[in-house]
Ligand binder design. Structure first.
Ligand SMILES: Cc1cc2nc3c(=O)[nH]c(=O)nc-3n(C[C@H](O)[C@H](O)[C@H](O)COP(=O)(O)OP(=O)(O)OC[C@H]3O[C@@H](n4cnc5c(N)ncnc54)[C@H](O)[C@@H]3O)c2cc1C
Length: 166
């Protein structure tokens, strides 16, 4: 069995997984993302980023192309409710554009994305072992690949201790 070691293993390279991976790698941790689907992943989505979401993306160095949104309107039958945003603009962004922008930022930051699915997580006092599977396989774990996470890395433990956290 081949093992790849990393401080952090993120299961799923959607927006949340990639954002978490960028945060972790820019905090000095080594990160592996497991995502069996390739390319810019599309899915059902209203494609609206709120002002707070845009600000969070900017802290990650992600600035997806789109159209300014000044507010939001909910419509149901003949009724509607609407309001302007009170804290800046939102943005209408194609889901694939958002995903591509996050993937580019993650790659530029040094995140490794492996085209594998997680199929089992085994935790011990020493490590968290994530057993993986090639995309499209439905049988048991793939014996050729596994990813290990060796608990709290020493430099993070020291950093947290100096900040009075355990
Ligand atoms: C109809 C609809 C409209 C929406 N509209 C908006 C909107 O306008 N604005 C907005 O901000 N949000 C919207 N959302 C919410 C938004 O889509 C989610 O919050 C967002 O997709 C969550 O991101 P995620 O990375 O957690 O999950 P996902 O985007 O679902 O990504 C999960 C990833 O994990 C991977 N994965 C799954 N299992 C495994 C495994 N075993 N191993 C490895 N990888 C795995 C999948 O391939 C996938 O790529 C909408 C959602 C829906 C359903």
């Amino acid at each position: 069995m081949r093992r790849r070691a990393s401080d952090v293993v993120v299961v799923g390279g959607g927006p949340v997984g990639l954002a978490a991976a960028i945060y972790a790698v820019t905090s000095g941790l080594s990160v592996i993302v497991l995502e069996p689907r390739q390319g810019a992943i599309d899915k059902a989505c209203g494609e609206g980023l709120m002002p707070g979401g845009l600000r969070a993306l900017a802290t990650l160095g992600v600035n997806p192309v789109g159209w300014d949104l000044v507010g939001i309107r909910y419509v149901c039958g003949g009724r509607h409710a609407e309001a302007d945003f009170s804290a800046g603009l939102g943005r209408g962004v194609r889901r694939t554009e958002l995903h591509t922008a996050l993937q580019s930022a993650a790659t530029a930051a040094g995140v490794k994305v492996l085209p594998l699915a997680a199929c089992e997580v085994v935790q011990s006092s020493e490590e968290v072992l994530v057993r993986t599977q090639q995309p499209g396989r439905t049988a048991g774990p793939d014996e050729r690949d596994a990813v290990a996470h060796r608990g709290h890395p020493d430099h993070l433990r020291h950093q947290r201790a100096s900040q009075g956290r355990s």
